[in-house]
Ligand binder design. Sequence first.
Ligand code: SF4
Length: 353
Amino acid sequence: MASDQLVEVRHLKQYFPVSGDGFFSRNWVKAVDDVSFSIPRGSTLGLVGESGCGKTTTGRTLLRLYEPTSGRIVYDGETIFDSGDVPLYDERGSVVTDKEGKPKYGKKTKVSMLPYRRKMQIIFQDPYASLDPRMTIGDIVGEAIDIHHLASSQEERREKIIRMLERVGLNSEHANRYPHEFSGGQRQRVGIARALAVDPEFIVCDEPISALDVSIQAQVINMLEDLQGEFGLTYLFIAHDLSVVKHISKRIGVMYLGKLVEMGDSNEITFHSCHPYTKSLISAIPIADPETSRNTHRIVLQGDIPSPVNPPSGCRFRTRCPYAEKCCAEREPEWKEVGPGHFCACHFADRFR
Ligand code: SF4
């Protein structure tokens, strides 16, 4: 039976090894550290945070372009990865227990991604690096069609390529040209056409507009929204700019140093956030009205994001949080529901709401 949630991620971890202090010692970059979320079919989850917070790694691990360290990934009701040490949850999000009240765990699973590669696509951040400069635009889009055997003849292949190019605002003449002949915005359209050519259901949009001129960012966002309506697509939309994410996302997750710190409906996060980090991101959004802008308190974070090899104890945000107290260094804040569907990991979430 088809689930309402197209994508479900539970306790996902992605650690990368790095050499330690000694010859034999090894440390780990905890790029994604216990992240859980789900995305209903046909909707968009925005994932936002500074560079290096783990949002891109989350998207790639979810697609299993990186093999997860642990956690569970369920796609369309099918478990595509389970490390076997993650509790099972019911539809309301409660842990499933046995007769003695002990949590039940999922079965260790690692399926082949071949049947899922077509359904789960990615649009990359850099439209300059993500297209092979030796291939024509037609072949770049056609390659995906070939890999998944989606055209039974050259004629059908060509028709499909042209249909996709036209759908993203290009035309048949563009098919014989090379990537260097296009602007950044046009290249990103090619990247979108390539992802669409295989009839996907789910697309990880990995900072798809951050390398583009501001003038064309809105065009690409509008196009992604139109395509979502037309093809019933589900997006994980990754960006470092909250003002971009809030336009396209139904729900928003805010990441800091490998962890989700807040998640909720787009309006709730924008107007009633209760995590100091989210508040700092919101206060950085430029306001057009000078009067409103003058009366808005800007929260400027001090220092850089700490190393994910050795994150701060307790709350990971405490070294930059203007409201940190003693307990913030001692205990990791609980991920708790502060309003319907609104979750936050801060000891003082109620105070900031
Ligand atoms: Fe700041 Fe403490 Fe809340 Fe962390 S738990 S965000 S350090 S107030």
